[in-house]
Design a protein around this ligand. Structure first.
Ligand SMILES: Nc1ncnc2c1ncn2[C@@H]1O[C@H](COP(=O)(O)OP(=O)(O)OP(=O)(O)O)[C@@H](O)[C@H]1O
Ligand SMILES: [Mg+2]
Length: 303
């Protein structure tokens, strides 16, 4: 991605990148094409020096075994088994209150389960939370974020806390700002963003990091306009091809049907169906699409 991403950067961004890379811009009349090439070569050299080991996720990348979570008298998740492999998108679907958000919050280490095991990237989320969380990209059901940072400050901050070299953050940031049409909001305070733009900011905040990721997205399409939704779906497909492991909870079954490789259907804290759409349809006598499978497994298809 690097060279083409650098080519698309604005002049201001190129100057900022040159400053980070300490590439001297001797004259005001330096040619853009020269600068792009110089920056790209410098980044390449730096990368070779760092000699980063390419990250690869183990299989399964997410391994949840017999996980239960209780809130007082409510059993929110009952002995859930769920695996996600690198290179697949799994859809977690189910009616309101089925336990989807709770599952994602346990998987990302935000809340503790009452029983069972959860490992992410081969790391137990309770025993090695830092290693596990380093791989996780989480979009919560109700996105919140630092209201007094600007979008630019937040994205640079995300790069820094995940140890991304500044120059890499700048190039990726430019690329994903374009992809999610966020550039006009770069200097807006996060507290002033619309819901969809906040969601886009959180997405770019994940994508400035080094893939592959273990993504836990809670209703990521809801809240995005059609163009935003399209960009996200296309990018999730690319990330999957590169070896990310993706778990998406969603109610929008038309989206799920096209986006996900297989499904885990929850109802009332339990898994009531799992498999590819084809497998689920084969098991059903009446259903002809995911919506009907969903209805059948979660209370019956209304007459
Ligand atoms: N922090 C909490 N305290 C008490 N009960 C909770 C808490 N979080 C979730 N629950 C309960 O756990 C159950 C599962 O909730 P969860 O949010 O996981 O469902 P969901 O499948 O994400 O639903 P939705 O489709 O509405 O987002 C519900 O009965 C809910 O009321
Ligand atoms: Mg939920």
């Amino acid at each position: 991605m690097e060279l083409s991403a650098i080519q698309k950067m604005t002049d201001d961004e190129l100057v900022r990148l040159a400053r980070v890379l300490k590439v001297p811009i001797a004259s005001r009349t330096v040619k853009r094409s020269w600068l792009v090439e110089e920056l790209s070569n410098t980044m390449e050299e730096r990368k070779e020096k760092r000699a980063d080991k390419p990250k690869k996720l183990p299989n399964p990348a997410v391994d949840i075994k017999g996980m239960s979570k209780r809130f007082g008298k409510t059993l929110a998740v009952d002995k859930l088994d769920l695996k996600v492999s690198p290179g697949e998108i799994v859809g977690l679907v189910g009616p309101n209150g089925a336990g989807k958000t709770t599952t994602l919050r346990v998987m990302t280490g935000i809340i503790k389960p009452n029983g069972g095991e959860v490992s992410v990237g081969g790391h137990d989320i309770q025993k090695s939370p830092i290693q596990a969380k380093d791989l996780i990209g989480y979009i919560p059901e109700k996105p919140t974020c630092y209201p007094s940072l600007t979008v630019r400050e937040y994205l640079m901050f995300m790069g820094r806390i995940y140890d991304v070299p500044n120059e890499e953050t700048l190039v990726r940031m430019s690329h994903y700002l374009d992809m999610f049409q966020l550039r006009v909001h770069l200097d807006d305070y996060i507290g002033t963003l619309s819901k969809g733009n906040l969601q886009r900011t959180l997405l770019v905040g994940i994508f400035v990091r080094e893939p592959p990721f273990v993504l836990a997205f809670d209703e990521p399409i809801y809240g995005l306009d059609p163009r935003g939704a399209w960009s996200l779906k296309a990018h999730l497909h690319d990330l999957k091809k590169e070896g990310s492991a993706i778990l998406v909870s969603t109610h929008i079954l038309e989206v799920a049907e096209r986006l996900c490789d297989r499904f885990v259907i929850m109802n009332d804290a339990k898994v009531v169906g799992r498999g590819t759409l084809k497998e689920l349809l084969n098991e059903s006598t009446r259903a002809t699409n995911l919506e009907e499978v969903f209805l059948e497994l979660t209370g019956g298809i209304p007459e």
